[in-house]
Design a protein. Structure first.
Length: 260
C-alpha cells in the first residue's frame, strides 16, 4: 500500500530544522512520492534544491501563485516562462503548471492581474500538454469562466485543497479536473465530507499542503506528508471502504494525471 502526496511545500522554512526527518517519516508512512508546487521566484531555489537532493521522492511544478501576483507580476511570469520553456530545462522536468489560480479571499486589489496571469499560465499548460494545479479561493465562478475561454477540449488537472460545493465539484469533474482532498476533510462539521461521499473515488487525490492545514489529531500544528494516511483513512470511513482501496485508487489517479 503506497500513497502520493499531490501537494506539499516541504521546501518551506518551516522544515529547515528537520526536513530530512520529515521526509523519512513520510517514506515510513508509505508516502513514496511527494509533489512540489511552486509559489514564485523567491521559493524556487529552495524547491529546486529539495528536488535535486531527493529525486527519488519528489516531483516539481512551475507556476506563479495568485497571492504572489503583485506590481511585479510581469517579471514573475517571465521567471515561470523561462523555467517551463528553457530547452536545457525540458518540460519533462516539470509534471504540471502550478500552483496557479485566483485568490480573492483577502482582497481584490490585483484581481485583473490575477486573471491575466492565470490565463497566460493556462495557455502555457495547453502548449506544453501539462496538467494544471489550481488554487481557488472565493473565485470559483471567475476560474470556471477563464477555463471556458481557453480552447482545450478537456482539461487535465487538480483543484487543489478543494473547498467548493458538491455542485461545484461536479462541475469541475465534468471539465476534466480531479479534486485535491486534504486535512480539512477531518475537521468537525467539514462540508468536504459531502463532496467526498458524492463524487467518484477515482476523481479524488490526496494532499497535505504541508506545512498548512494539518488533519485531526494534529490540527493547529505543522502539517507534513507523513499525515497522508490520516486523510486517506477519513475518506475510507466516509465512503465505507478500506484504506487499501483509497490508497490504490488515489495513487493510480495521481500516477495517471501527472505521468509519474
Amino acid at each position: 500500500m503506497t500513497f502520493v502526496d499531490t501537494h506539499c511545500h516541504l521546501y518551506d522554512e518551516a522544515f529547515d530544522n528537520d526536513r530530512d526527518e520529515a521526509i523519512q517519516r513520510a517514506v515510513d508512512a508509505n508516502v513514496t512520492t511527494m509533489l512540489l508546487p511552486d509559489i514564485d521566484s523567491s521559493s524556487t531555489p529552495a524547491l529546486d534544491a529539495l528536488y535535486s537532493d531527493h529525486p527519488q521522492c519528489f516531483r516539481r511544478m512551475a507556476g506563479l501563485h495568485p497571492t504572489s501576483v503583485k506590481e511585479d507580476y510581469e517579471n514573475e511570469l517571465r521567471h515561470v516562462q523561462s523555467r517551463l520553456f528553457n530547452p536545457s530545462n525540458s518540460p519533462l522536468n516539470f509534471i504540471a503548471v502550478g500552483e496557479i489560480g485566483m485568490d480573492l479571499y483577502w482582497d481584490r486589489t490585483f484581481e485583473a492581474q490575477q486573471r491575466e496571469v492565470l490565463k497566460t499560465q493556462l495557455q502555457w499548460a495547453v502548449d506544453l500538454d501539462l496538467p494544471v494545479c489550481l488554487h481557488i479561493r472565493k473565485a470559483h465562478n471567475e476560474v470556471f469562466s477563464l477555463l471556458r475561454e481557453i480552447n482545450r477540449p478537456s482539461w487535465r488537472g487538480v483543484m487543489h485543497c478543494f473547498g467548493g460545493s458538491v455542485q461545484e465539484a461536479q462541475r469541475a469533474i465534468e471539465m476534466g479536473f480531479l479534486l485535491g482532498i486534504g486535512g480539512v476533510v477531518t475537521f468537525k462539521n467539514a462540508t468536504m465530507a459531502d463532496v467526498v461521499k458524492a463524487v467518484p473515488l477515482d476523481r479524488l487525490l490526496l494532499e497535505t499542503d504541508a506545512p498548512y492545514l494539518s488533519p485531526v489529531p494534529h490540527r493547529g500544528q505543522r502539517n507534513e506528508s507523513a499525515y497522508i494516511p490520516l486523510i486517506a483513512q477519513k475518506i475510507a470511513d466516509l465512503r465505507g471502504i478500506s484504506l487499501a482501496e483509497v490508497a490504490a485508487v488515489t495513487t493510480a489517479s495521481a500516477t495517471a494525471l501527472f505521468r509519474l
